[in-house]
Structure formats: C-alpha cells, structure tokens
Design a protein around this ligand. Structure first.
Ligand SMILES: [Zn+2]
Length: 339
C-alpha cells in the first residue's frame, strides 16, 4: 500500500487539530516548531546536538519534538502531521534518506523509523527544498504576488530550492537546485563531490574558513572570518567580498535559469548579517549596471537576505507537513508523494 493511501485511510480516523510540527535537522542541531492552522507558533525547541547515527536518530528527534510539545502543552497525538527537513538526498515518496553525507546516513528509512517512534504521519523532504516551499507559502499568505521563488541556502553546504508555478520543483532525481556543485571556476579548489571549482568549494562555511586559514587568518569558522572583516582586517574583507561575488553569481544563475520573481538567501553563513549581505548586493548592482537583461530580470527588490531569526528550515518542514494534509491542495499532495 502506498504511503499516500495509508495516510488517507488514517486521516479519517482522528479529528484534525490543525496543529503540525516542523523539524529541521542540521549537522549540529535539531530545531522544532509547533504551528497551528493560523500559522501561529504554539511551541518550539532547539537541541544543539547532533542527530546521531541511523540507529539513534529517531529517539533523538522524538526527544526534541517532545520538548517542543511540552512548551506548547500538547501531546504527540494532537499533531496532524510532522514534517522533517533533512540536509541530504531524499526520496519523499519512499520516505527514505538516500544519502546525507554530513549526517553519515545512507538508504535510511527515516519516515518509517519516525512513524514507529512517534505514531503520527511523517513527511520528509530535503531541507533546502522544504525551506523554499515554506517561504513561498508564507509569501502567498501575506498576499505577495508571484508564483516562482528560489531559496539559496549557504551553510555547511550550498543548495537551492525552487518553487515554480506554486509547486516545488524537484527534477527527475529530486536534485533540482543542487547549485553548490555548479562549477564556477574549473581551476578552483577540489570539492568534496570530486569536481574542482564548485561554488561550494569557494563559499560554503567550511570553505570560507579553510580559505581564510590558507590566507594566514586564524579562523575556525566562517563566523570568525566575517567578524574579522567587520573589525577591518584587510584579508578577511577581501575574502568575504570574493564570497559575496560568487554568491551573487549563484543568485544570477538561479534567476537566469528559472526566471523566478523572488530570490531568498539564508543558511548559517548568512547569519553574519550585513557583512555577508553587502558584498552580494554590491556584485548584483554591478551586474545590473552592465547588462540590461540582468537589470530587468534581477531588480534589487527581488533579492532578500533573511534575518538570522527567520528559521526557514523549520518553517519549511511545517509547510511540508501541511502540504499533505490540506485537501484543497491536491497538486501539492501529488508532488510530495509521487515526485
Ligand atoms: Zn562539488
């Protein structure tokens, strides 16, 4: 029996509460939001610990969820569904995480493990894809125009999620938006994927720290590098300018490829604030000035760098949970369940 059929059968047996949970799994943390049907946050929790290996992941996620439920004064069985965003390759139909390099997971039936642990319907999705869907839903809820959106996440890795015509665009293998592995300089550093000169090898958090160290700075993280730039260190300033240029090219590439009407930039590295955002905006301004096409397709107001408190991953996971449960969005159900 397919997951969709099983879930539809289950949906009739319990009254809906309109309350869903979104769980964002990162390399070093688990963030949970409990959100009601009006989009209001009822509870939240952040565990600053690794989710662990495949054997211990479900109990670790359940512990974080229970903590959030306690802040909301709710029980597990009062949740309609639970959405989970995973930093890796996901098969949302099978409910499997095919590969999550940073978590050390391979061919992991995460949905099965969580449904056994929690006794509630679970939907899993790639984290950047989920975040794009959530950002799109929130913009739609605020009455913003536009059916197309791209989200560029810059953190431990770099990935994008793309919503086209109001629907999450996955591509044939669920990998649409893997822009971190677009080659932007074939002479560039070796990437973990095996290619040389991928965007991620220049501008992910670990790459920024590595490049800073190679340039003689004492930096253990991208955060250190941005702090040094803010303090006026010339080497750090040069490096964050270079990172900003390359990320601006990624924004440009997303717009030129998909002709989206909104591009959102977020992820852990973006939490450096204006030191992160300004070099991106400067380069976009330069691109606009030299190309009328860039000027037309990439006006200043379509690019938004999220504030650190935005939590796009957890909101995206909520959106994924909501998507399979809302009856007047059958196309969404189809996307989630059948690719
Ligand atoms: Zn790569």
């Amino acid at each position: 029996m397919s997951g969709l059929a099983r879930r539809d059968a289950g949906a009739g047996t319990t009254a809906k509460t309109g309350v869903n949970a979104g769980i964002d799994i990162g390399g070093t943390k688990i963030a949970v939001l409990i959100v009601d049907r009006d989009g209001l946050v009822r509870g939240r929790a952040t565990h600053a610990t690794s989710v662990g290996d495949q054997a211990t992941a479900a109990p670790a996620i359940a512990a974080a969820l229970d903590e959030a439920l306690a802040t909301a004064n709710l029980q597990r069985d009062e949740l309609d569904a639970i959405g989970v965003g995973v930093p890796g390759r996901v098969d949302p139909v099978a409910g499997h995480v095919t590969l999550a390099v940073n978590l050390g997971w391979t061919d992991f039936d995460l949905r099965g493990a969580l449904e056994n642990e929690l006794g509630r319907p679970v939907v899993i999705e790639n984290d950047a894809r989920a975040a794009a869907l959530g950002l799109h839903r929130r913009r739609a809820a605020t009455g913003a125009n536009g059916s197309d959106l791209a989200y560029l996440a810059v953190g431990t890795g770099i990935a994008a999620g793309v919503v086209l015509d109001g629907k999450l665009h996955r591509g044939t293998r669920g990998l649409a938006g893997e822009i971190g592995h677009a080659i932007i300089d074939p002479e560039g550093p070796r990437c973990a994927c095996g290619q040389s000169g991928c965007l991620e090898a220049f501008a992910s958090g670990p790459s920024i720290a590595r490049r800073a160290t190679a340039a003689g700075l004492h930096a253990t993280s991208a955060k250190d590098v941005y702090a040094a730039a803010v303090a006026g260190d010339a080497t750090a300033c040069e490096l964050v300018d270079d990172v900003g240029r390359r990320l601006a090219w990624a924004v440009h590439l997303l717009v030129m490829t998909y002709d989206v009407d909104h591009v959102v930039v977020g992820g852990g590295v973006s939490h450096a604030g204006s030191a992160f955002a300004e070099p991106i905006h400067r380069e976009l301004e330069r691109l606009r000035a030299v190309s009328s096409q860039a000027g037309e397709l990439l006006p200043a107001h379509i690019v938004e760098v999220l504030p650190p408190e935005a939590e796009p991953g957890a909101w995206g996971a909520v959106a994924v949970a909501t998507a399979i449960r809302v009856p007047d969005r059958p196309r969404e159900t189809e996307v989630v369940r059948h690719g």
